[in-house]
Design a protein around this ligand. Structure first.
Ligand SMILES: *Cc1c(COP(=O)(O)O)cnc(C)c1O
Length: 478
């Protein structure tokens, strides 16, 4: 993996070493056994087998250096290197980081952080047995789909609902169950790629449905759908173009009109709202994102959305809609392959309960981040900057984004810290500063813009401010 960082000793010298010098040099390298007897290792908490491996590895590295002409490292240096190696190996690969990018739903940073209640539910259900598929009333086999069904109905107004692994899976499953072997009509402007290689036309084909594109890239009318309907048509599909906006000479058909047409023609209408939201982002000075309730009310047969975008929950794909369609989806063989796991199900239920109790904005981290006032953010930025007390660190205004394929091009005013590079020769570059932040015990991910490191406090939980302060102070002193 990584190389063991032993103090390199320069073997420089014009004259080649004598044979006697040479063997003395090798003898000064302690043996693996001798090193293992050192109390710093023998009395450490590391299991013996791991200690032996680590000591062998650092001694082998030292031998290689010796062969290349280096001086033998000291015993203390070897022990430190072995312990450092053990610590490195014990660091988990998947770790908690502090998101100081200002991108609320950062796909590379795991999208939505879940609420405390959701994390607790997830941990408890995972650590013990649960009634996942067991009916506590009858004592008989139950279904995992019962746990969020009534919450989904209540919150979205739909007749029925179920959750699967993720929204890509939800789209594939719903199309497979409702349109396999028949035609799916979609506007040419909505045959999009969502990210991570999720292409709507590919998923439509994968489901066994025949893709029928109507309209043009920028303009599609109701009549385009109407003309394309044949006896083979199973479904009209609307896809929310999550991560881009088309402006100017454009026209698309709203879900209301599409649902009406579906009803008249006797074909199903599916709305993939992508992120979807139960709360209106407009309340927080953002633009429009389709509201799940609106699509249900408009009469879509099924509506699907992600659990970890603007819902602010765990990874999941949720399908709500008319009873008969949802039941068909639930019974499809792919539903088993794409089923949601118990930990995510527990977190999803806890997340939905926040909406039920009207406490989503205070309890769900992404809504908390979106709702944070500029006054609060400015106050935190100033407090941090004064505590750090370096002319290189200043509180500054910046703009946060929502990300995660929602609200493209929309920003929220924010505050954070700007770290300038030192102007002394050979000083750390901003890239190095950003790298040092990522190497912090709890890695901090910041933005680099125009030769400044920017930390946006909107996406940093106030409880983490002190970790950020300490990391910056340490780095500035390096
Ligand atoms: C994000 C998105 C998906 C994929 O959802 P995942 O939960 O990432 O699987 C599908 N459709 C749309 C419109 C999306 O925005």
């Amino acid at each position: 993996m990584t190389t063991d960082n032993l103090t390199p000793v320069d073997a420089a010298g014009a004259t080649p070493p004598s044979a006697a010098d040479e063997s003395a040099r090798w003898r000064r390298l302690p043996s693996v056994d001798r090193l293992l007897q050192d109390p710093a290792l023998s009395e450490s908490e590391w299991p013996r087998a791991l200690l032996v491996d680590a000591v062998r590895a650092v001694v082998a590295a030292a031998r290689a250096d010796l062969a290349a002409g280096a001086e033998p490292p000291t015993r203390a240096a070897l022990i430190d290197a072995a312990l450092a190696r053990l610590r490195r190996q014990a660091t988990p690969s998947l770790r908690v980081v502090i998101n100081a990018t200002g991108v609320v739903l950062h796909t590379n940073l795991g999208r939505a952080p879940i609420s405390d209640a959701a994390a607790k539910a997830m941990a408890e259900v995972s650590a013990g047995y649960s009634n996942l598929e067991f009916d506590l009333d009858s004592g008989e086999r139950g279904s995992r789909h019962t746990h969020v069904r009534s919450l989904l109905r209540e919150l979205t107004g739909a007749e029925d609902g179920l959750a699967v692994n993720n929204n890509a899976g939800a789209v594939l499953l719903a199309l497979s169950a409702l349109a396999s072997g028949r035609e799916i009509i979609i506007s040419r402007g909505q045959a999009v790629e969502i990210g991570g290689g999720f292409r709507i036309p590919d998923v439509m084909r994968q489901s066994g449905g025949d893709l029928v594109e109507v309209g043009t890239t920028n303009r599609t009318y109701l009549a385009d759908y109407e003309r394309a309907i044949t006896p083979r048509t199973a479904l009209l599909l609307r896809v929310h173009p999550s991560n881009f906006r088309v402006d100017g000479f454009v026209h698309s058909v709203g879900i209301d009109e599409l649902a009406d047409l579906g009803q008249r023609a006797g074909v199903a209408v599916m709305d993939d709202v992508g992120s979807g939201a139960l709360l209106n982002p407009r309340t927080f000075g953002l633009g429009d994102e389709p509201l799940i309730q609106d699509s249900v009310r408009a009469g879509a047969t099924v509506v699907c959305f992600s659990g970890d975008k603007l819902l602010g929950g765990p990874q999941a794909g949720i399908i709500v809609g008319k009873s008969e369609a949802v039941e068909r989806i639930r019974r499809h063989p792919l539903a088993r392959a794409l089923r949601i796991d118990k930990a995510c199900l527990a977190a999803l239920e806890a997340t939905l309960r926040h909406y039920q109790r009207g406490e989503a904005v205070s309890e769900i981290p992404i809504w908390r981040a979106i709702a944070r006032s500029t006054e609060e953010l400015e106050q935190r930025a100033s407090a941090l900057a004064s505590a750090i007390a370096s002319p290189r660190v200043q509180p500054v205004t910046m703009r946060s984004t929502v990300g995660g394929g929602s609200l493209p091009q929309e920003t929220l005013p924010s505050w954070g810290l700007a770290i300038a590079p030192a102007d002394s020769p050979g000083a750390q570059s901003v890239a190095t500063l950003a790298e040092r932040l990522r190497r912090n015990t709890t890695p901090i991910v910041a933005r680099v813009e125009r030769d400044t490191v920017l930390l946006d406090l909107r996406t940093v939980e106030p409880a983490d401010d002190d970790v950020v302060r300490q990391a910056i102070v340490t780095i500035l002193n390096e």
